[in-house]
Ligand binder design. Structure first.
Ligand code: PLP
Length: 310
């Protein structure tokens, strides 16, 4: 009889070893935990292949560099760790997150420059922001008055864990019966949501908030590529909550599910109350092209193993 796979429900890479996800630990004194001094990137795997892996690795590297961190592994090694993690779980659909934390400085020091930065990653079964039946009907969104942490405080293109604004906006949204939320920028325009970018469609034209008020989401960029292929015009500009409420269609983009319709905003129905034609077209193309191998890095599930298990 073969042994059950200890990584079947997820795996993490901690202190240079693979461990089952339930055994993954980050030391309490790591400033990644105590100060949210950390950066991450999340990639998806579908049909046994990563999507835009090189682009995610580049964004991750760009971001830890902005935070003046040093990754203990070169990009090829990080690439190999991610592939091996998925291969060890055997998952064909996975949610893969890589992280850098500031780490700890020598005992007694508070000097951030002296901290030993740490690399971590985990891989779990794919996480959908919307369950399939929710995706079918679209999500309802609450537009919160809470401001996303502004670019003057933290560069929004760094994929970080400053999420108290989102968490509290989500609480407000749940209190009002909404599925999710959007937060605003300092001028009261739409910024982004917990784990996604936002688009509104009016008269066939698509609008999304500008680069300096949200993450440069990989799926947002993928939407630009897909829109370009279908001659759909997308502009990056300030989007007011009222404009979004009056849109023909609203959709979000995320590694956790691709393109998902928002069919109610603040209790008001958007368009016909279901995913509209532009949302459907982009969503359909996204999955169709992924299935056909677009930007795919397949995982070889039989490749020899290189890194230590626990
Ligand atoms: N905005 C924020 C704040 C996010 O955390 C995320 C993803 O986690 C996104 C947008 C969407 O980015 P991506 O398409 O790269 O998943």
């Amino acid at each position: 009889m073969t042994e059950p796979n200890p990584f079947a429900s997820g795996i993490a890479f901690c202190e240079d070893r693979f461990v089952p996800i339930d055994d993954a630990k980050i030391p309490m004194l790591d400033w990644g935990f105590l100060r949210s001094d950390a950066v991450q990137d999340t990639v998806s795997v579908f049909d046994g292949a990563f999507f835009r892996l090189e682009d995610h690795l580049m964004r991750f590297e760009r971001n830890w560099t902005k935070l003046r961190m040093r990754c203990p592994h070169d990009r090829d090694t990080v690439h190999a760790i991610l592939i091996e993690a998925v291969r060890r779980t055997g998952l064909r659909e996975a949610y893969v997150q890589m992280l850098m934390t500031r780490g700890r400085a020598p005992v007694g020091s508070r000097d951030v420059r002296l901290a030993q930065n740490k690399f971590w990653m985990f891989c779990i079964p794919y996480v959908w922001i919307a369950r399939p039946e929710q995706k079918e009907h679209g999500l309802s969104m609450h537009v919160s008055g809470i401001q996303r942490i502004p670019k003057e405080s933290v560069d929004p293109t760094i994929k970080h864990y400053h999420w108290l604004d989102f968490q509290m906006a989500l609480m407000e949204g749940y209190d009002r019966g909404a599925d999710t939320c959007a937060v605003i920028d300092k001028d009261g325009n739409i910024s982004e949501g917990p784990g996604f970018n936002i688009f509104a469609v009016k008269d066939g034209r698509v609008v999304t908030p500008p680069d300096d008020v949200c993450l440069d989401g990989m799926t947002r960029d993928t939407v630009f590529k897909l829109a370009g292929e279908t001659n759909l015009h997308v502009s990056k500009r300030a989007l007011t909550p009222d404009e979004m409420r009056a849109a023909d269609e609203v959709f979000i983009s995320t590694t956790g599910g691709g393109v998902i319709a928002i069919t109610r905003v603040d209790g008001r129905q958007i368009g016909a109350g279901q995913a509209g034609p532009v949302t459907k077209r982009i969503d359909g193309l996204y999955w169709q092209k992924r299935k056909a191998g677009w930007y795919a890095t397949p995982v070889d599930y039989r490749a020899p193993l290189r890194f230590e298990p626990a």
